[in-house]
Design a protein around this ligand. Structure first.
Ligand SMILES: [Mg+2]
Length: 177
């Protein structure tokens, strides 16, 4: 039971990718994200899951990251949407941590913190690691923007508006079963 979740990648999905964004000023949210998130906030937990090894690399601090995330929550909130939580992995790729995507640690943390209906949930992201994490976790995946991945996502979208259409049609298909 519970409520379904959208596990959404941050860089290249919610905001334009800037390699190791260091400050809130560098965060620029894609325009096509606001309206879909506004609608989807009504029936999904909106949860961002993001690798941020820039912390371990010393490029920015947890405080800087908190400011970036406050900005994302605030801007989406101002436009009528809601971000329920942001999980991030601060570690280097080679540390063998449980949280760095494509591992599923952040999803498991979210499942611990919220009552999530995982079968009705989606992972949304622009990169191979997002799709891979979704497969490991048994969650449907939607690849948005980004380049072609080797691991095939369940759905592909060019824009976030298209993500909304895909989710709507899947909801409809489930209802009609
Ligand atoms: Mg990304």
């Amino acid at each position: 039971m519970g409520k379904p979740a959208l596990f959404i990648d941050r860089d290249g999905t919610i905001n334009r990718d800037c390699p190791y964004c260091k400050s809130a000023d560098e965060i620029s949210i894609y325009d096509d994200v606001y309206d879909p998130i506004k609608e989807l906030s009504k029936r999904y937990y909106i949860i961002i899951v993001t690798n941020q090894s820039g912390i371990a690399r010393g490029y920015f601090t947890e405080k800087d990251l908190a400011l970036m995330h406050e900005k994302i929550k605030r801007e989406i909130g101002t436009r009528g949407g809601r971000i329920d939580a942001i999980y991030y992995c601060p570690h280097m790729p080679d540390t063998g941590c449980r949280c760095r995507k494509p591992k599923t640690g952040m999803l498991e943390d979210a499942k611990r913190d919220f009552e999530i209906d995982i079968n009705k949930s989606f992972v949304i992201g622009d990169a191979e690691i997002d799709i891979e994490m979704a497969k490991y976790a048994g969650v449907r995946s939607i690849k948005v923007r980004g380049t072609k991945t080797e691991i095939k996502p369940d759905f592909t979208a060019d824009t976030f508006s298209e993500v909304l259409s895909i989710i709507r049609s899947q909801e409809k298909a489930t209802t009609e079963l």
